[in-house]
Design a binder for this molecule. Structure first.
Ligand SMILES: NC(=O)C1=CN([C@@H]2O[C@H](COP(=O)(O)OP(=O)(O)OC[C@H]3O[C@@H](n4cnc5c(N)ncnc54)[C@H](OP(=O)(O)O)[C@@H]3O)[C@@H](O)[C@H]2O)C=CC1
Ligand SMILES: Nc1nc(=O)c2c([nH]1)NC[C@@H]1CN(c3ccc(C(=O)N[C@@H](CCC(=O)O)C(=O)O)cc3)C=[N+]21
Length: 285
């Protein structure tokens, strides 16, 4: 079988167009959605991502503010900045780029962001709401994956989904969203015994590991849907995912490429969450 290549860029463009229209009508009512991104220190990978976010905000007519803080910033200074933004009515979304320098407690930072402005969907309150199936900000990468599946008419109910990776930002929440949509979910991680035996059971296989070419054809069942979340650099310095694309695309039914797969959806859902936050702030007035 030759896989259908899921075009994340195309779906993202379509969603962005819808978001831009809503932004424009909100502006007519006197509100411009505003997103602030806080970057502490100078992580190279973070910088490209941050640049993309700024560009997309402008493209969609939203306000974007980048706050760069030096590597030596103290935890107290960062928390004070977040408090200030929590109280700023022009700001609807706050994103603190992860990972943070080692001397700053990530949990404390995430818990300081108002759940009402937590457009990353990382605050424990919002994670709890997601787990219990309530309306909330959903984490952008997992949410983007669910939108891709929906746009390609891939049904989830009753399917066996295998997620490789269990981070708080990708693996765990994507498994939860698949479960919410009635998949049977297996999580795999670095302590999993026979990984290929698990992944070969998957109707839907999600790779969120961070190792180039980690998932090969032997891990994949014929016709499976393969979602590659990885954003890595190979030896040649080229952007690549966790899946050995050439061999797996000959066996899978559907596959997401890197770049232009999951990545563009992450940014799009961030904009979507910021728009929702702006709309909700109006309803509270
Ligand atoms: N496309 C996008 O929008 C985004 C892409 N990414 C990318 O996705 C990838 C994953 O990110 P993230 O979740 O933050 O990464 P983490 O490093 O936090 O998590 C990696 C996970 O992979 C597991 N793992 C590591 N080695 C193995 C192994 N040999 N066998 C099985 N499992 C293993 C780890 O297991 P254990 O828990 O046991 O250590 C861990 O759960 C990265 O490439 C990142 O850059 C991230 C965010 C957004
Ligand atoms: N608080 C926080 N929230 C995040 O969502 C978050 C984070 N921290 N830290 C880093 C990771 C990584 N991440 C990416 C998102 C989009 C692309 C993306 O747009 N990728 C493009 C290509 C980009 C390029 O060319 O470099 C693509 O796949 O086509 C990549 C990576 C979000 N993350």
């Amino acid at each position: 079988m030759t896989a259908v290549i899921i075009n994340g860029k195309e779906v993202a463009d379509k969603k962005k167009h819808e978001i831009a229209q809503e932004v424009s009508s909100l502006k007519g009512q006197g509100i411009t959605p505003g997103l602030v991104v806080i970057l502490v220190g100078n992580n190279h990978a973070s910088r490209t991502y941050v640049t993309n976010k700024e560009k997309t905000c402008k493209e969609l007519g939203m306000n974007s503010l980048l706050i760069e803080m030096p590597e030596e910033t103290s935890e107290a200074e960062l928390l004070a900045k977040i408090e200030e933004l929590n109280n700023d009515a022009a700001i609807h979304g706050i994103l603190v780029q992860l990972p943070l320098p080692k001397h700053i407690d990530e949990t404390k930072v995430i818990e300081t962001i108002s759940p009402l402005k937590d457009v990353d969907g990382f605050h424990p309150i919002n994670i709890g709401r997601m787990m219990t199936g309530q309306k909330t900000f959903l984490p952008c990468t997992p949410y983007g994956i669910m939108v891709l599946l929906e746009e390609y008419g891939i049904s989830v109910a009753g399917k066996h989904a295998v997620v490789v990776g269990r981070s708080n930002i990708v693996g765990k929440p994507v498994g939860q969203l698949l479960l919410n949509q009635h998949a049977t979910v297996t999580y795999c991680h670095s302590r999993t015994k026979d990984l290929a035996e698990q992944t070969r059971q998957a109707d839907i296989l999600v790779a969120a590991v961070g190792i180039p070419n980690f998932i090969t054809a032997e891990h994949v069942k014929e016709g499976a849907v393969v979602i590659d979340v990885g954003i890595n650099r190979n030896e040649a310095g080229k952007l690549c995912g966790d899946v050995a694309f050439a061999e797996v695309s000959e066996k899978a039914g559907y596959i997401t490429p890197v770049p232009k797969g999951v990545g563009p959806m992450t940014i799009t859902m961030l904009m979507y969450n910021t728009l929702q936050s702006a709309k909700e702030s109006m309803n509270r007035k």
